[in-house]
Design a binder for this molecule. Sequence first.
Ligand SMILES: Nc1nc2c(ncn2[C@@H]2O[C@H](COP(=O)(O)OP(=O)(O)OP(=O)(O)O)[C@@H](O)[C@H]2O)c(=O)[nH]1
Ligand SMILES: [Mg+2]
Length: 371
Amino acid sequence: MPNLWNKLAGRKPRPDPPPAPPAEAMAPPATLPDVSIMPRRAVAPGALHEPPLPNTASGPNDLMAATLPTRRGWRERLAGSGFARGLTSLFARNPVLSDELLDELEVTLLSADVGVAATGELIDDLRRRMHKREFPDATALRDALRTHLLALLEPVARPLDVAGRKPFMLLVVGVNGVGKTTTIGKLARRFQNERRNVLLAAGDTFRAAAVAQLQDWAGRLGVPVCAQGQGADSASVIFDALQMAIAHGNDVLLADTAGRLHTRSGLMDELAKIKRVVGKLDADAPHEVLMVIDGITGQNAINQVRQFIDAAGVTGLVVTKLDGTAKGGVVFALAREFALPIRYVGLGERAEDLRVFDPRAFVDGLLPGAA
Ligand SMILES: Nc1nc2c(ncn2[C@@H]2O[C@H](COP(=O)(O)OP(=O)(O)OP(=O)(O)O)[C@@H](O)[C@H]2O)c(=O)[nH]1
Ligand SMILES: [Mg+2]
């Protein structure tokens, strides 16, 4: 479809995130500082994005309110995305069925990072059906588009169940700056609201301030965090944390890791090492390797996931930053390419801005007003 690609020309691919620190920086110090558990309830003013958040779930209704997403919230947040606006304006400008409508739809899907393969299949199917006169009008085509989009996402909507193991260990991985640490804070809040006893592990020992960032979240939520200093061996921090979670009877252990480029094999090997080490305590740990993907990454997300599957055995995905300017189409590309469960999506920076992935709410947000 070269003509369509020409229309897209001029779009610059998003540059890769800044490179991670060199592999040498990963070497453990000669002597490791003492492991500390820090339940931090008092936090320095200005260190936080928002006031402390106590566990507010005091009864079944509160619990429901805290854990069940509302479709309305999704719709509001996704409606502002370029993808949603593109679809709305496309159907407003093309009230009559035509090949031009489908050509424009193809460009809209490609521009929103739905990907060549998923877009091609979808457009081919709609065009064939349009030419067979299956659609009486453009609204019927729009409904068929909606059904198709839902069908792409439904197989990957498999929510995470942490109830089967104690402690249930999640290892959170991904490239630099995608929202791993923030997602851990949000997940900690979610699990707290489910009355689960959470421990955090500060496995990002590279980046200055990474430990403090996790401790800020821990302080806001009132959950303990297991940390050593910057430059410590990440696998050792996470190993100690799992040992503590077992000893203290925690329900969930959330382990942070440093952001790493999927192309840096040395850094990717560290993830395999973390898995090997924790496997000595619990052969099935980590019980979930959760890869966080930035919703604005575009098609590069596909390469990232492929590499992280190879290096770390990813078992679930979180797509963040779908609020604001994110295009969101990458969710469809990921669903088609990997069939890995999309566990959650991030719709903002606050603790409550993480939603269990709900395909219907997601598609509602993109095609508002559809039946
Ligand atoms: N708008 C929006 N911002 C988010 C979301 N999730 C994370 N962020 C922001 O993205 C930025 C990076 O988040 P971090 O959690 O530090 O990302 P990270 O993957 O841990 O980064 P590194 O540890 O440096 O690799 C922060 O400013 C977050 O507030 C989201 O769902 N929506
Ligand atoms: Mg981080």
